[in-house]
Design a protein around this ligand. Structure first.
Ligand code: PLP
Length: 438
């Protein structure tokens, strides 16, 4: 009788405390949380204001069911997010995957209400991660995970921009955003009348380690969606609420999606809550049609989860942590860039704000990826862990199989001295992994 853990036979240390950017086990060993857990803990661990917010709400009403009562914290959270980010309605569920499913269902409902019921398909990209439930994984270009699931209904077909390793074998200065134009070709092939939405991560997170698209790409996607009357869904589960130094990663190009999906950044790891924000166009039509939003789970719009998210939002605002993610993130990026400068094993630094990815290659002449069976990313993660640093592996972003990187994504309020130690430990981990692999 035991708890199921991801890797059989692996002995996981049992953590007994997590405060700020440091996790500690029972023996007093400490780790710098260089990946905010799974890129979630944006405001650090154990923040007293969030603990208090959760505690207060637990005392007031620990559970209210969404079809029976409105809850004050959920109403307040919806209003705050809509006002701040320019949306018209919000709905909360529990995980990023559920929020992706909710966004897809909402897009399909919108087109039914608009009298275009054939618009049901959702386009997505071949390197992407949208979650592990059936529809979310169906739309994900995360090939290691897809291989473990049966009966997936969809397949991502669109190229994911990666200018250093262009999937369309184009040169950046000549390509005229061929990767975005491929979206239009796919729409024409399938017929816009069959397509509800395009689902994208504005900066690709877990599956490609912070890959930033070329300038103009997101704007071009918006134009293409408008031209063909297709909804644009931004999956900001990982990037949303400040991770890339802006409240939304879409803000880097000043583009507004029709539906935004929030998750990790909304809960900062404190309590499971995710959500969707819908534009005026969508919510207005549903409201005019008096169409109820027929989605939800037992714990949707959960009052305690919403109280936790409100408290997280308080801290992000009061401590200007999104601005800090931009400035300290730039500092961290500079340190990482300097680190890989004379390190043939590590290259192609990508990212923004407090989200960075370092790619691992066999050498800096061929830039050949490591054979996937050598698990290069996991090797670095293991050495880092032994040195007291948590970083996050990413694999398969070149062609679904090869391509290894490690993600560095600490909490936004990590002190500068801790960021320096993080880079020092990562440098040693990369050197040790390189020696082991070569
Ligand atoms: N969407 C994106 C962009 C993600 O990064 C993730 C998780 O990594 C998900 C969706 C799924 O979120 P969850 O693991 O909370 O279900």
């Amino acid at each position: 009788m035991t708890l199921m853990m991801p890797r059989l036979g692996h002995v996981y240390p049992t953590a007994v405390s997590a405060i700020g950017s440091v996790v500690q086990d029972a023996a007093g060993r400490e780790w710098i949380d260089g990946s905010s857990g799974a890129i979630a803990c944006s405001i650090g661990h154990g923040h007293p204001h969030v603990l208090e917010g959760i505690h207060d709400q637990l005392q007031k009403a620990s559970f209210l069911y969404r079809t029976q009562f409105a809850s004050e914290p959920a109403l307040r959270l919806a209003e705050r997010l809509c006002v701040k980010l320019g949306y018209d309605a919000a709905f909360f569920v529990n995980s990023g995957s559920e929020a992706v499913e909710t966004a897809v269902r909402l897009a399909q409902q919108f087109w039914r209400e608009a009298g275009k019921p054939s618009k049901t398909q959702v386009l997505s990209r071949t390197i992407s991660y949208h979650g592990s439930t059936a529809a979310a994984l169906s739309l994900s270009g995360h090939w290691p995970r897809r291989r473990t699931a049966a009966a997936l209904t969809g397949t991502p077909t669109l190229p994911t921009p990666n200018c250093q390793r262009c999937p369309l074998r184009q040169k950046r200065d000549e390509c005229q955003l061929a990767c975005a134009n491929a979206v239009e070709q796919e729409i024409e092939r399938r017929g816009a009348d069959n397509i509800a939405a395009l689902l994208v991560e504005p900066i690709v997170g877990a599956s490609a380690a912070g890959l930033v698209p070329p300038e103009g790409y997101i704007k071009r996607l918006r134009e293409i969606c408008d031209r063909h009357d297709i909804l644009l869904i931004a999956d900001e589960v990982l990037t949303g609420l400040g991770r890339t130094g802006r409240w939304l990663a879409m803000d880097h190009e000043g583009v507004k999606a029709d539906i935004v999906i929030l998750g990790k950044g909304l809960n900062a790891g404190y309590f499971p809550i995710s959500g969707i924000l819908a534009s005026e166009r969508i919510n207005g039509l549903l409201t005019r049609n008096q169409a109820s939003f027929a989605l939800g789970h037992t714990h949707s719009n959960h009052p305690v989860a919403a109280a936790a998210a409100n408290a997280v939002l308080d801290i992000l605002e009061q401590d200007s942590l999104v601005e800090r993610a931009a400035t300290m993130g730039a500092y961290l990026g500079d340190r990482l860039r300097a680190m890989i400068d004379d390190m043939p094993f590590a290259t192609h630094l990508r990212g923004k704000g407090m989200l960075w990815g370092v790619e691992l290659v066999q050498d800096d002449i061929s830039y050949s990826p490591w054979p996937s069976e050598l698990n290069a990313a996991d090797t670095v993660v293991r050495h880092a862990f032994d040195l007291g640093l948590i970083v996050y592996p990413s694999s398969g972003f070149i062609n679904g199989t090869s391509g290894d990187a490690v993600i560095v994504a600490p909490p936004f309020n990590t002190p500068q001295a801790v960021l320096d130690t993080l880079v020092d430990r990562l440098t040693t981990a990369l050197e040790l992994a390189s020696r082991e692999l070569h």
